[in-house]
Design a protein around this ligand. Sequence first.
Ligand code: HEM
Ligand code: HEM
Length: 178
Amino acid sequence: MTDTRYDTLTRSLHWLIALLVVASYGIGLFREVMPKGDARTAMLALHMSLGLSLLLLMVPRLLNRMVATPLPPVPMAPPMALAAKLTHIGLYLLLLLLPVVGLLAAWIKGRTVGLFGLPLPSPFAVNRDLAHTLEEAHEVLGHAMMALAGLHAAAAIYHHKVLKDGVLARMLPSRPAA
Ligand code: HEM
Ligand code: HEM
């Protein structure tokens, strides 16, 4: 058991970004089943604003990750430590790739992209075939992100409930009562 915690910025960004992933995913899927109209358009604008906020928050997250003193690793079996490392790398890659591919898909389709009303004009020419491919890739990456995040969350709960090694407590917003 360890009593060292991640710093406040790391913990805040972890949970804020996790919330934005889940909200963007839920809104993205919900919007697909909505009838065409203003509400559906507004949902896409919200989806894109949340996804772009996430992408912007990845800048302080990665900078902080690079400069913050790393926590001492929690002792665990080498295969488990390797699985955790690979999962974290996969999550970081998806956290960057998923919103970037979504943004490219939207721009290349000629959609109006904005960050909560701030217009972000496209630097690209419209290409509907390429946009369609990027949309498909965005959807697949979205499902991959949720699958990996689900596995990651299940592993964190397993550490907490079964191994009781303090891994989850290091990332919680506040320390659970003893
Ligand atoms: C982590 C952040 C994001 C997640 C989890 C996510 C997830 C999703 C999901 C699940 C869908 C529905 C896919 C389908 O069933 O066809 C979707 C659609 C879409 N997303 Fe994202 N997305 C994210 C970020 C973004 C960003 C930043 C943009 C653009 C600025 C974007 C643009 C779009 C567009 C244009 C669609 C509609 C595609 C279509 O009509 O088929 N997404 N997204
Ligand atoms: C979409 C949701 C989530 C994403 C994208 C995500 C992403 C990440 C990433 C990239 C890391 C690695 C941090 C680093 O070492 O730099 C991490 C660590 C961690 N996450 Fe998540 N996470 C999500 C949800 C959750 C949930 C729901 C839980 C708990 C049930 C959780 C618990 C943890 C814990 C305990 C760590 C620290 C692991 C360690 O110290 O080795 N995460 N998360």
